[in-house]
Each structure stands twice: as structure tokens, then as C-alpha cells.
Design a protein around this ligand. Structure first.
Ligand code: G
Ligand code: G
Ligand code: MN
Ligand code: NA
Length: 253
């Protein structure tokens, strides 16, 4: 069996799950959102990381099906949390195929309609891959998505070769500083300079900012002193199943 056919079977059998990683307001640690991250619950191998299978998914015929499943599952979850009195912004990682196929803005609108989710509770994370797609088309798609009230964020900011040019080209709402700059923030002065200026840049451009990869209190404190409002990382919580996320971070009524 090839990995691709195993993945097709996994999809049929409902073996994919979304994990949620908390995003917090750094000054007080209060929960503001969650990033939805796919996992494959494999009978023999346990949870398999998307780093192992998403590259195959993204170049296969399964891509659209799994991307739609992720979007629908995350929106339903966010709506369920909203209904229970918890306003949790849920962020989804877009797959490359979603930028080409059909009409993403239309499916997002339909999904908001079907679930009743407040649009501002949905965020879409995009990476520099968007530059590989028809620029005018992506631009138009983003504008229509943002018109719905859904936010579009630039993921892995700083890792690509063209991060700045894509800030200029696309109407993004915010950016996520890649964890590769945050992990050694306390000891690497180059990383500190990059993170500090990225925070400054985001302010001048009117973008919100989320720092990823925060693994300890001291890193969170430095980010606060640099003016970063929100963060995510193992220090606040690892990606976890929805039920664990609820127990740890949400209130039940
Ligand atoms: O969760 P983890 O660190 O293992 O994720 C590894 C990579 O897989 C990250 O780059 C992340 O953005 C990506 N990823 C996780 N979940 C999804 C998803 O639902 N869709 C897409 N397209 N990528 C995902
Ligand atoms: O590419 P993307 O930014 O979407 O990747 C998100 C992934 O980053 C998560 O799935 C998670 O596994 C990983 N991650 C999240 N927080 C931390 C952290 O504090 N340290 C490290 N090393 N990885 C993290
Ligand atoms: Mn992400
Ligand atoms: Na990232």
C-alpha cells in the first residue's frame, strides 16, 4: 500500500483528528484562540505528525477532501465553543490546493452560514506558497474572505525569501513570527533583533502579531517587553485533543 492509498483509507475510516494549541494574550496568559492542527490517529503507530503526511496529501487527489474536512471540523468546533460561552478564535492552516481550487471565499461563506459561527472567530493561516499562485486571483480571494469578517494571517513569517514583498502585495490582517526566531530569543542577539523589528514592522503596518514557539516564561517576558501582544508555544500548551483543550482552557456552563 502506498502512503497515498493508506491516507485515502484513513480518510474513509475517520482516522484524522484536529488537535488545538492555545494562543494567549501574553500579559496575563488569558486564552484568545487556538490553532487547529491535523493529526492522523494510526492504529499501529499512534498519532502521526502532519509533517510526515501533509506533503503527500497536498500533492494528491485527497488534498481538497482533507482540506475541506479540516475547515468544516474546525468551524463546527469553534461554533460549539462559542455556543458554550467561550469565544475562541480558531486558526486553520490553508493547504495550497485551496488557493487554486474552485472558490475558497464561497466555501468559507457557506460554512459560516451552515454553522452559524461568528466570522471574526475564524482565521486562515497562509504561507509564502501563496506567491506560487495566480497573484490577482489570490488577492481577490483574500479580499472576499476578509469582507466576510474572517481574518487572514501570514504564517511562518520571516522564513521565506519574500516575506516583505508579500506583506506589500497582499491585504493581510496579521502575522505569526516563526518559531525558528523565537526558540533562541534569549540567547541569540540576531534572533532578538529580527523579532524586535518584526514586532515594530507589524505595528507600523497595523497588523496583529502572534509569536510562535514560546517554550518558557522568560521568552514570554522578553516578547512582552518588545511589545508583542499574543503568543503560542509549549509553555502555554501543546497541541491537544479538543476534550483536553476544553478541560484545560474553557469554562463549562
Ligand atoms: O502540528 P505540527 O507541528 O506537527 O505541524 C507540522 C506542520 O503541518 C506545520 O507546518 C503545520 O502548519 C502543518 N499542518 C498542521 N495541520 C495542518 C492542516 O490542517 N492543514 C495544513 N495544510 N497543514 C497543517
Ligand atoms: O508551521 P506551523 O506554524 O503551522 O506549525 C505549528 C506547529 O509548531 C505545531 O503543530 C507544533 O507542533 C509546533 N509548535 C508549537 N509550539 C511549539 C513550541 O513551543 N516549540 C516547538 N519546538 N514547536 C512548537
Ligand atoms: Mn500555522
Ligand atoms: Na510557523
Amino acid at each position: 500500500l502506498t502512503l497515498e492509498s493508506e491516507l485515502a483509507l484513513a480518510s474513509d475510516r475517520g482516522e484524522f483528528e484536529l488537535f488545538y494549541q492555545p494562543q494567549v494574550r501574553l500579559v496575563d496568559g488569558s486564552l484568545v484562540g487556538a490553532e487547529a492542527l491535523i493529526r492522523w490517529r494510526h492504529a499501529a503507530r499512534g498519532y502521526v505528525s502532519p509533517a510526515e503526511f501533509m506533503p503527500v496529501v497536498n500533492t494528491s487527489a485527497l488534498s481538497e477532501r482533507i482540506a475541506n474536512w479540516v475547515m468544516e471540523t474546525a468551524c463546527r468546533q469553534a461554533r460549539a465553543w462559542e455556543m458554550s460561552g467561550n469565544r475562541v478564535r480558531v486558526a486553520i492552516n490553508l493547504s495550497p490546493s485551496q488557493l487554486d481550487s474552485g472558490d475558497l471565499a464561497h466555501s468559507v461563506a457557506e460554512l459560516l452560514d451552515a454553522t452559524g459561527l461568528t466570522p471574526s472567530l475564524l482565521e486562515l493561516e497562509v504561507t509564502e506558497d501563496i506567491l506560487l499562485h495566480d497573484e490577482a486571483r489570490v488577492l481577490d480571494m483574500f479580499k472576499r474572505i476578509q469582507k466576510l469578517g474572517v481574518r487572514v494571517l501570514f504564517d511562518d513569517f520571516g522564513t521565506g525569501y519574500a516575506s516583505l514583498s508579500y506583506l506589500k502585495k497582499f491585504p493581510l490582517d496579521g502575522l505569526k513570527i516563526d518559531r525558528s526566531f523565537v526558540l533562541d530569543l534569549l540567547t541569540d542577539s540576531d534572533d532578538a533583533a529580527i523579532v524586535g523589528s518584526t514586532i515594530g514592522l507589524s505595528k507600523q503596518l497595523g497588523l496583529t502579531i502572534v509569536a510562535e514557539g514560546i517554550e518558557n516564561r522568560a521568552t514570554a517576558d522578553v516578547l512582552i517587553s518588545m511589545g508583542c501582544a499574543e503568543g503560542q508555544g509549549y509553555f502555554f500548551g501543546r497541541p491537544m485533543p479538543a476534550e483536553a483543550f476544553e478541560r484545560q482552557f474553557l469554562t463549562t456552563e
